[in-house]
Design a protein around this ligand. Structure first.
Ligand SMILES: Nc1ncnc2c1ncn2[C@@H]1O[C@H](COP(=O)(O)OP(=O)(O)OP(=O)(O)O)[C@@H](O)[C@H]1O
Ligand SMILES: [Mg+2]
Length: 324
């Protein structure tokens, strides 16, 4: 059995400029704009939702299969992920485009110039899942996260057609998508993941009520930031799980991805929704308190202790028995 994690693969290049952009802009000359800033700092961060989730799963001892498209500059990132236990053998490498890249310069007043280059990501639409499944075994789940929209649609349709259980996780892509696309991406999913804001966007864009959404997906998992998570299932009572208490929030980027990784690990270990969400919230807490999405570390005992602090002895014992 396998876990296929489909989604964007990207890096973030973050620069900081000590001055203020507005001091270098000549308003009357905007039609001839050509200005460069000498920046103090460059940080390159690993990102993309699929590697973030795969990294989290691998940290918990699972071996996820990363499905996505990157450029031939993926080499270093690949070794990092493989070193941590992610199967990268099926990543599609573009002949012509670089890996997706977010480039952002922030000045001392937090004003930003940012660009996102989709690059190789747009080749996710060339990936077929069946040949991967032939090699790694039938999927427990195929998670379809934010990516090239054509690619997301192709993966989702292939899952429906071939009967692969899939998880819809359109997140960042929702803002750019029309109702038709969103309906197609979530119809028939076993799980639908989103945060609270996105869950409202799903309802307003699809025109489906909360109940109608639930009729089309088996279970809807909605993260509520520092308030935790709510799980609604078609045929079970609602479940609410609080976030891990007492966490100092440093930088939240990637918390949603970490939650998903922990939740999925819980399902793989045979836990119910409540216990799985506790694993998800515990893993997410590590990301909230570190800068970067794949920079956290813990030992077996540290993770189990965190689960114990948040959710008690039974939860800790269940996790201790499965965590590798
Ligand atoms: N301040 C916090 N303290 C502890 N846990 C947190 C905190 N913020 C978030 N979390 C955990 O992370 C999970 C996901 O958070 P959130 O709902 O903010 O995701 P998101 O909006 O998808 O974030 P992003 O898209 O930035 O990754 C929550 O369910 C919770 O368990
Ligand atoms: Mg999110």
């Amino acid at each position: 059995m396998s876990l296929l994690i489909c989604g964007s693969i990207a890096t973030d290049h973050l620069m900081s400029f000590g001055g203020r952009f507005k001091d270098s802009l000549v308003l009357e000359q905007l039609d001839k704009l050509a200005v460069s800033f000498l920046v103090d700092d460059l940080e390159i961060r690993r990102g993309g939702v699929a590697p973030n989730m795969s990294f989290g799963l691998a940290r918990l001892g699972l071996r996820p299969v990363l499905v996505g498209a990157a450029g031939d500059d993926f080499t270093d990132y690949r070794s990092w992920l493989e070193r941590h236990g992610v199967d990268c053998s099926f990543v599609h490498i573009s002949d012509t485009r670089h890996t997706a890249r977010f480039v952002c310069t922030t000045d001392s007043s937090m004003a930003q110039f940012a660009s996102f280059y989709a690059g190789a990501m747009s080749e996710a639409r060339l990936i077929e899942l069946q040949p991967i499944v032939d090699r790694v075994g039938a999927p427990d789940f195929v998670l379809v996260a934010a990516d090239d929209p054509e690619g997301m649609l192709r993966h989702t349709r292939e899952c429906r057609q071939r009967g692969f259980p899939f998880i819809a996780d359109p997140s960042q892509q929702l803002a750019f998508s029309e109702g038709d696309l969103i309906r197609d991406l979530i119809d028939g999913a076993t799980y639908l993941f989103s945060n609270e804001y996105e869950s409202h966007m799903i309802e307003s864009k699809t025109g489906w009520s909360a109940d109608e959404v639930l009729e089309r997906v088996g279970t809807q998992v909605t993260t509520l930031g520092a308030d935790g998570v709510r799980i609604l299932a078609r045929d079970a009572a609602p479940v609410e799980v609080k976030a891990v208490p007492g966490i100092t929030a440093v930088e939240p980027t990637g918390v949603g991805d970490a939650f998903r990784a922990g939740f999925l690990a819980g399902l793989e270990w045979g836990f119910d929704h409540e216990r799985s969400a506790q694993v998800g919230c515990s893993l997410a807490a590590y990301v909230v308190e570190t800068v970067g999405t794949q920079e956290y570390t813990f030992t077996h005992d540290q993770f189990v202790d965190r689960v114990r602090t948040g959710y008690g002895e039974h939860a800790a014992a269940d996790v201790a028995a499965n965590l590798r």
